[in-house]
Design a protein around this ligand. Structure first.
Ligand code: DC
Length: 221
């Protein structure tokens, strides 16, 4: 099979992470979680006391921020200026802050370069919000995952349960706010690319989604 970039976009809780990992495994591709990069910027901004709307300070911050992915024992880790921040970026606070900084053009411009560099060798599955529309408009294969709001919040709740004590109601509230931020922002809003295959994962298992994707890929290449 030729080397390709595969993009998987969609809202939180649509199943992107699990499915992207599984698809990358099946194809022996790299899996890249671009949301982690926005979370990395958010964490750096927080630790330096920079507000999510302070464009000048965010630009300076990005200039001095080296974000890289490393694969340790098969797991993707995010390293910022030498520090492994993979666990620190998963708190509810950083989740909301990532959504806020992701609306700032200076941050998107910085991460556009980081993401395109990561895609240069192809053979990668990129998970995010604007992979098929903005970052890799020429990607060979594009998917957009969606699921009912109830299903998405519940999945997120289960995922977070072991890490923090957010109630289902709080998860729902945060998710609704984030959906709104991510899909109404002026720059690179969350939406399916015109040539993306849309999959509703509400009633599908991970295996079923991956099989649908593999069938779609075989049909196109
Ligand atoms: O996928 P995630 O939940 O880790 O993403 C965190 C935030 O980052 C999300 O609310 C919006 C932003 N994001 C983005 O704007 N573009 C991407 N390609 C990935 C994430």
């Amino acid at each position: 099979m030729k080397k390709m970039v595969i993009t998987i976009d969609g809202p939180a809780g649509a199943g992107k992470t699990t499915v992207s990992r599984a698809l990358a495994d099946r194809l022996e591709y790299k899996y890249i979680d671009t949301g982690a990069l926005y979370r990395g910027v958010a964490l750096a901004a927080k630790s330096q006391g920079i507000g999510a709307d302070d464009d000048a300070a965010l630009e300076k911050l990005c200039d001095s921020l080296a974000l890289t992915f490393v694969w340790r024992q098969g797991l993707l880790r995010l390293v910022a200026n030498g520090e492994d921040i993979s666990d620190k970026i998963r708190t509810p606070e950083i989740t909301m802050l990532a959504s806020a900084v992701s609306a700032r053009p200076v941050v998107r411009k910085f991460l556009l370069t980081v993401q395109r560099d990561l895609g240069r060798e192809k053979s990668a599955v990129f998970e995010g919000r604007d992979m098929g529309t903005v970052v890799f408009p020429d990607a060979e294969i594009k998917f957009f995952l969606e699921a009912s709001e109830k299903t998405r919040s519940y999945r997120r709740y289960l995922e977070l349960k072991s890490k923090n004590s957010q109630s289902l109601e709080d998860v729902e509230k945060d998710m609704r706010q984030r959906d709104k931020n991510d899909s109404t922002r002026a720059i690179a809003p969350l939406k399916p690319a015109g040539d993306a295959k849309i999959i509703d994962t509400t009633d599908l298992s991970v295996d079923e989604v991956v099989e649908l994707m593999l069938t779609h890929i075989q049909r196109l290449v």
